[in-house]
Design a protein around this ligand. Structure first.
Ligand SMILES: Cc1ncc(COP(=O)(O)O)c(C=O)c1O
Length: 396
């Protein structure tokens, strides 16, 4: 059967594919070290699970308002207020994960041929979602020289009369880059002057290290907020990836359009997951801080371990739970008779020969890098580093 052009052009998520392969190997009894997962290895905190159990017991099992229950949208507004940005519940649309929020936003904002600026390395789904909405991804490559961050100069140079949207992601998946308030203000000047819309993906806002603090670009000025779609959710902050609750905070007409769109696809996100999200946002934040501290220690360990490996260099990520080492010096060298030519060669050799799952940089529009998630135990990190050392020392 012939598929629509829309479907034929979709590339499956390479991160989910590698994660699935690693999990399949594990299920067969292979001792895989999995650095590919984009999710916390912690369980959802007990009080959040209990809220879902209570909701279920109380029979909270029917359709809810499409954009989410008022209680949750109110809790989201309160959580965003702590970030210095004021929204009302009518500006909030709760969806089935932040990925869904991003999808809805692009569907209601983009016309065919509209250009969307993506700063590479970028999170894989942005690229595909832009295409699915008929947009044209315009990739601006950044590197370690700017800390993998977009600068006003790079942004200006990418703008054309067709540019409609910029996607920002701070803290960033895959690089862990965190934009400072000043850096965002400099970008915001261009955004306002050139009349762009910005999707600000802040899903990792709570996972910051080295005393860094999060700034939402929407908090900088009213004229920035009125052109920002702020995206966040509970997946990463509260170890709730499977619950599928994400949200957008947007100018009212955009929120309304996203709600109308959602009313014809998923309708409301899962009722009991919404109750759990209320407990997450309004309850104790102790578990969040515990997980953040643990991630910071793991980041320190994996970063130090990678920097000791010959031929590997690594920027210090300030947030999220990924490291993004530079592996250019490994290219051209031989592993068991085969020349390593790109990040996929390296990732394939690591998975097949050393049972270490990593994601090749090319999946994020960036060579020559790998992404390693440190949302795994310290023991696994130690074992993985040992295997990586065995790999690089074997190269000819
Ligand atoms: C940058 C970024 N945005 C959004 C998401 C989607 O999160 P959710 O699980 O809430 O759909 C992810 C998940 O990997 C992510 O890394």
């Amino acid at each position: 059967m012939q598929l629509a052009q829309r479907a034929a052009g979709i590339s499956p998520s390479p991160t989910l594919a590698i994660d699935a392969q690693a999990k399949a190997m594990k299920a067969k009894g292979v001792k895989v070290i999995n650095f590919s997962a984009g999710e916390p290895d912690f369980g959802t905190p007990e009080h959040i699970k209990q809220a879902a159990i209570d909701a279920l017991a109380a029979g909270f099992t029917r359709y809810t308002p499409v954009a989410g229950i008022p209680e949750l949208r109110q809790a989201i507004c309160a959580s965003l207020a702590a970030r210095g940005v004021t929204y009302e519940p009518a500006d909030i649309v709760v969806s089935c994960g932040a990925k869904h929020s991003l999808y809805n936003a692009m569907q209601v904002l983009l016309n065919a041929g509209d250009e969307v600026i993506l700063s590479a390395p970028y999170w894989v789904s942005y690229y595909e979602q832009v295409k699915l909405a008929g947009g044209v991804p315009v990739v601006v490559t950044t590197g370690p020289d700017t800390g993998f961050k977009l600068t006003p100069g790079l942004l200006e140079a990418a703008i054309t009369p067709r540019t409609r949207l910029l996607i920002l992601n701070s803290p960033c998946n895959p690089t862990g880059a965190v934009y400072s308030r000043e850096e965002l203000a400099a970008l915001a000047e261009v955004i306002v002057a050139r009349d762009l819309i910005v999707i600000s993906d802040e899903i990792y806002a709570a996972l910051l290290y080295d005393g860094l603090t999060h700034t939402s670009i929407a908090s900088l000025a009213p004229e920035v907020k009125e052109r920002t779609i702020l995206i966040d959710g509970v997946s990463k902050t509260y170890a709730m990836t499977g619950w599928r609750i994400g949200y957008a905070a947007a100018p009212r007409p955009v929120a309304k359009a996203m709600t109308d769109l959602q009313s014809h696809s998923t309708s409301n996100p899962i009722s009991i997951a919404q109750k759990a999200a209320v407990a997450a946002l309004t309850g104790s934040q102790e578990a969040v801080e515990m997980m953040r501290r643990e991630f910071e220690q793991r980041r320190n360990r994996i970063l130090a371990g990678l920097r000791e490996l010959p031929g590997i260099e690594c920027n210090q990520p300030g947030g999220a739970f990924y490291v993004f080492p530079y592996i250019g010096k490994l290219f051209g060298r031989k592993f068991r008779g085969r020349v390593l030519g790109n990040s996929t060669d390296v990732a394939t050799a690591l998975l097949n020969e050393f049972q270490v799952a990593v994601v090749p940089g090319v999946a994020f529009g960036a060579e020559p890098y790998l992404r390693l998630s440190y949302a795994t135990s310290m023991d696994q990190i130690e074992a993985g580093l040992e295997r990586l050392r065995a790999f690089v020392t074997e190269l000819e």
